[in-house]
Design a protein around this ligand. Structure first.
Ligand code: ZN
Length: 192
């Protein structure tokens, strides 16, 4: 009987996962759609949520924690964690309109932010943990974060959406940082 209780506790526990950082090659890979939502999928989503809050960040995609599955979590209401938590399996942008330039940072890109052009409003459909279709419509930061996270599922980072010159300057600086062996500082501001 007590063995069951222990198992339950282990199953109920959440874990903070390691967030992969550029230039980790996994971040460049295309994630595959989730076919069946299993207990493992639900557990991964829970761990992703905990990892996002702990980072802290407003969004996280499964490949950032090494799972090449089409899953994202977001919570842009960082003052009230959990109240507006979004968890999406196999998210797809159904509609996009307008244009906005947003200063983006990423939990997987150390010590760098840059202005990125995105759609101002998007409508995204995906599945929840019960495999029911859900729709999320957003503008501003929510729209930016949704596009940023879905990009991760396609192996794209926000630095792939800036000019080559800016990207090369950053990669050179990062190489220097890595060579110096100093711990990489985290980027300031909102991490998506
Ligand atoms: Zn990111």
């Amino acid at each position: 009987m007590w063995i069951l209780i222990i198992c339950y506790e282990i199953d109920g526990a959440v874990a903070i996962l390691k967030i992969l950082k550029y230039p980790e090659p996994i971040l460049k890979k295309i994630s595959i759609p989730v076919k069946n939502v299993t207990g493992e999928t639900v557990r991964l989503i829970q761990d992703m949520v905990e990892t996002m809050y702990a980072a802290p960040g407003v969004g996280l995609a499964a490949p950032q924690v090494g799972a090449l599955q089409r899953i994202i979590v977001l919570d842009i209401d960082y003052e009230n964690p959990g109240r507006n938590l979004i968890k999406l399996i196999n998210p797809v942008i159904r509609h996009a309109e307008g244009e906005v330039i947003w200063e983006e940072g990423c939990l997987s890109v150390a010590d760098f932010t840059a202005e990125v052009k995105r759609a101002e409003r998007v409508e995204v459909v995906g599945l929840n943990e019960k495999e029911q279709e859900v729709k999320v419509a957003g503008e501003g930061l929510l729209a930016v974060a949704l596009q940023h996270e879905i990009d991760h599922l396609d192996g794209k980072l926000f630095i792939d959406r800036i000019s080559r010159l800016k990207r090369e300057l950053y990669t050179r600086r990062l190489k220097k940082m890595l060579r110096s062996g100093k711990p990489r500082p985290e980027s300031p501001g909102l991490m998506i």
